[in-house]
Every structure is written in C-alpha cells, then in structure tokens.
Design a binder for this molecule. Structure first.
Ligand SMILES: Cc1cc2nc3c(=O)[nH]c(=O)nc-3n(C[C@H](O)[C@H](O)[C@H](O)COP(=O)(O)OP(=O)(O)OC[C@H]3O[C@@H](n4cnc5c(N)ncnc54)[C@H](O)[C@@H]3O)c2cc1C
Length: 463
C-alpha cells in the first residue's frame, strides 16, 4: 500500500507540544489555525489520525497531499440522482466552479410529495447557495405545539424562537416549489433524465460508471444521491437493502376554507401509537401528515384511502377529520417508512454518499431533506478545497458523518417516543412533556437544526 505525506490544517491555534504529544505529528500554530505535517501515511493510518483529531474535538479545516499543487481546474463530478440531495449537490458544485453532470433515472425531473419542513440548517444553507425562493414562497412556521388526540396541550412549542437563536426560521413549503427552486439554480449543469446508473468501479485515477443499456463513462468522482435504494451505496457500503421501520405514513396538501386557514391549530397531536400533524402553507392551504405503527411483515405500502384514515383518526379532535375529508383521493400519499444504520463512512475513495443514500432517517424531526441539503454544500466545498478528489471526499466525511449520524439517532428516538402505545407509558410521557420547558427541546435539538450559521463565499463562482 502506498504512503504519502499530508498537510492537515485544523481549526484553532493549538500548542505544538499538545498536538505532537497526542497525535505524534509535528504542528505549526498559525493565525487561528494549526498546520500538521505528517510523515508518509497509508490511507488507514490517515483515517486513524483524522479519527484521533475528531475524538479530541479538533475541527478539521483541510487535508492535502503535501506535494500537491493547488487545484488549477476542478474535477469532473457525476451526481447520481436528481432528488433534493442531488440537486442541492449539483447547485453547490456549480457555485464552486466544479464541472458536474447529474443522472436521473426518472423520465422527467419532478418531486413527488406533499409539503416539507425546512429547519434553519437547511434555510441557512440554501441562502449560501443563493436560493431565496423558499423564503419567498414558503410559510414561516409560527407554532408546533404537541397535543393529545383530544386536543389538550401536552407541550408548548418554541418555533417562534428559532430565528433569534439560529438566524433563520422553520419554514413549510410545497415540495414541488423547493424542487423547482433547486432546478432553477442549476444554471448550465446538465441533467440527463431517463438515465440510470447500474454499477460503478473505481481505480486510482477515476470512476467507471455503467449506465442502463451497457454504456460506460469515466468521472473523477461520483456522488451517490440516489436515495433509499441507492446503487452507489450498494457498490460501496454493500450493506443490503433498507429495513422496514414499522411506521406507515400518510400525507397530503389540502385547500382550506379561509376561515379555517386563519385559525388552523398547527402542530402535532399524539395518540396511542399514532400521530397527526398539520402546518399552514401559503394560499389558504394546509400540509397534513399522519403516522401509525404498521405491520412489519407487510410487503408493500397498501393503496390507502380516506376511509382507512377516518377509521384511525376520525374520532380525533377538530379539524383532523375535516382535513381528511377535504383531501382528494388522488392527492393522498402513503409510504411504509424504512430505516437503516448510518455507515461508518460517507466517502470511499473517489465515491461519496449524500442524503437518503447515505443516511435515511425517520421523518419525526423533518430533517432528511435538510441534512441532504447540508451534505450537498459540504461535499462541494470539500471537493473545491482539495486537488485530489479522494482527499476532498475524506474531508466531507469528516465534516458530515457525526452531524448526520446525530440527526438519524435523534429522529429514531423521537419516532419511538411519539409512537408509544402502552396507555400507562403514554400518560407518563405526556406528564413529562408537560413539565419540559419549550427552550429545553430547542437546546437539545440545537446542534442538529441550527446548522452552521457562518457564511462561506464560493471560491470559484461561475454565476
Ligand atoms: C413521510 C415523509 C415526510 C418527510 N418530511 C420531511 C420534512 O418535513 N423535512 C425534511 O427535511 N425531510 C423530510 N422527509 C425526508 C426527505 O423526503 C428525504 O430525506 C429527501 O427527500 C431525500 O432526498 P434525496 O435526494 O437524498 O433522495 P430521493 O428523494 O430519494 O432522490 C433520489 C433520486 O435518485 C434517483 N435515482 C435512484 N436511483 C438511481 C439510479 N440508479 N440512477 C439514476 N437515478 C437514480 C431517484 O429517481 C430520485 O430522483 C420526509 C420523508 C417522508 C417519507
């Protein structure tokens, strides 16, 4: 295995003796950063050193082969998948001046789904990517109280404090609007629809990608943004298919009577093993979603109609039955939700994973797409900072792995709490939630939903 000397820059002016004693690498403190010059290391030694730095809570700024010159022209990068994660990645790559091509297996570019919540971490990232359409066309979430199924308050929300605390609000938007905003920001990036990636293989100089039909192409790096059943994940992590979580979800967008729209009780209502959430959308519309524990042995999401939902939620507090009745059958979306552990790495040489391909999560926090958007920016930044795509992707992994893992863990915890079924445990949970101050929940979730507020300017903008 070949060994290479690396120059690693970490955040903070650290004592030379402290760093050398803990990592065995010579260090040169600078102005706000410290430079570490390694002896020749192979890839696993480099991984070990980066992990030691992470365990010491030392933040990585860049990693580069010591002899490599600054990048002159960027790599040619393939993004597999044009969902929210893939489009955000392609927009960010373009803003960093990196050549990107996007493959999408579907015959046309569109997002299926109802509404979506975007927390400050996503809004701040979209701002840095120059996308302000979401803030123009979405609705600021002004409340998110938790009630019981009869409508009695269980936990007061603190969404009104988000802007002051993190610099951006929580927003609700129709998925199609978000998708169009990302698509419009693609500029000259080529999206090849109706083109499926079937397999990939990498060597030390690039990645060979095989398309459906048998044609093959080479790229300097590949970003797998191909969702839950990712081919790119299969080619790298190879951890089999995702597992059913046991949760079934329904969602839709409905038009409301203006009087109801004005007084819509937004937030979530939790019953035994079931929840129903409602949020306002602009134009007298509401986004509602519901979830219950489903039979894990079910082989597929059933076609589900309003009568199923009325059987489950028909006796819940107003306006829940009214919202279900106002939903058109064709506008009702049903999914069985899947889950899988986060892999131990998000980058594998010249290939990396973003969004649901990397870390699908239960939607209890509304963070899946938010994390995918953050991934997209981070992977583009990291590729722009390193002459060697494999090192850039390693940097991406260092910056995003623990944040995404925290979002997955917290989403799964929240899902368990909101789907409790035992009446005694439900009563106990509600009693604890009644006594929990709103600020406590915000502080606990801050590292996930707050994102990184500092603005980063694109290094080589083409816009
Ligand atoms: C009920 C529900 C509610 C949710 N609510 C929220 C919310 O409020 N807020 C939030 O942030 N998140 C939410 N999420 C999560 C969010 O929807 C996902 O995390 C996000 O859409 C993932 O985007 P993605 O681009 O990674 O993957 P996907 O959206 O799955 O996109 C993958 C794309 O890749 C394409 N593709 C797949 N394989 C290939 C291939 N081999 N070759 C070429 N193309 C391929 C697919 O056609 C698709 O277009 C929710 C999820 C669910 C199920």
């Amino acid at each position: 295995m070949s060994s290479t000397k690396y120059t690693i820059v970490v955040s903070g002016t650290l004592s030379e003796r402290f760093v050398s004693a803990l990592t065995g690498v010579s260090a040169q403190p600078g102005d706000g950063t410290t430079r570490l010059d390694t002896e020749p290391l192979d890839q696993s030694q480099l991984h070990g050193l980066l992990e030691r730095l992470r365990n010491l809570a030392i933040e990585l700024v860049s990693v580069q082969e010591s002899s490599s010159p600054s990048p002159v022209s960027g790599p040619k990068v393939l993004v597999v998948g044009a969902g929210i994660g893939g489009l955000a990645t392609a927009v960010a790559l373009r803003r960093r001046g990196i050549d990107a091509v996007v493959l999408e297996q579907a015959p046309e570019l569109r997002e299926v789904g109802a509404g979506i919540s975007l927390w400050p971490n996503a809004i701040l990232t979209l701002r840095r990517l120059g996308i302000d359409e979401v803030e123009r066309s979405g609705a600021v979430v002004s409340g998110g109280d938790i009630r019981d199924w009869r409508g009695r308050l269980v936990h007061r929300s603190s969404t009104d404090q988000l802007e002051a605390r993190f610099g951006a609000p929580l927003m609700m938007i129709e998925r199609g609007v978000l998708h169009n905003a990302l698509r419009d920001a693609l500029g000259d990036v080529v999206v090849r629809v109706g083109t499926r990636c079937e397999a990939l293989e990498q060597d030390s100089t690039g990645v060979r990608v095989t398309l459906a039909g048998g044609a093959a192409e080479r790229f300097d790096a590949v970003i797998g943004a191909d969702g839950l059943h990712s081919v790119v994940r299969h080619a790298t992590v190879a951890d089999g298919p995702p597992k059913r979580s046991g949760v079934r979800a329904w969602r839709s967008v409905v038009a409301l009577d203006p009087r109801l729209a004005e007084h819509l009780p937004v937030g979530e209502s939790w019953g035994k093993g079931a929840l129903f959430g409602v949020q306002s959308l602009p134009g007298n519309k509401a986004y509602w979603y519901a979830a219950t524990m489903a039979d894990r042995t079910d082989s597929a999401a059933r076609t589900s109609d309003r009568s199923d939902l009325l059987r489950l939620f028909g006796s819940w507090h107003a306006p829940i039955p009214e919202l279900i009745n106002a939903t058109e059958e064709g506008a009702l979306l049903t999914n069985d939700l899947f889950d899988r552990p986060v892999p131990t790495a998000l980058a594998f040489g010249r290939v990396a994973l973003v969004g649901d391909a990397a870390h699908p999560m239960l939607p209890s926090l509304g963070q899946g797409a938010c994390q995918a958007i953050e991934d997209g920016e981070a992977v583009a930044d990291a590729l722009a900072e390193s002459a060697d795509p494999a090192l850039g992707l390693l940097l991406y992994n260092e910056r995003r792995l623990s944040a995404a893992t925290a979002a997955v863990t917290q989403s799964s915890r929240m899902s368990r709490v909101s789907h409790l079924r035992n009446p005694v445990v439900v009563a106990l949970r509600n009693a604890v939630l009644r006594r929990t101050p709103a600020e406590t929940s915000l502080t606990r979730l801050g590292p996930i939903i707050g994102g990184r507020p500092e603005a980063t300017e694109p290094t080589r903008s083409r816009s």
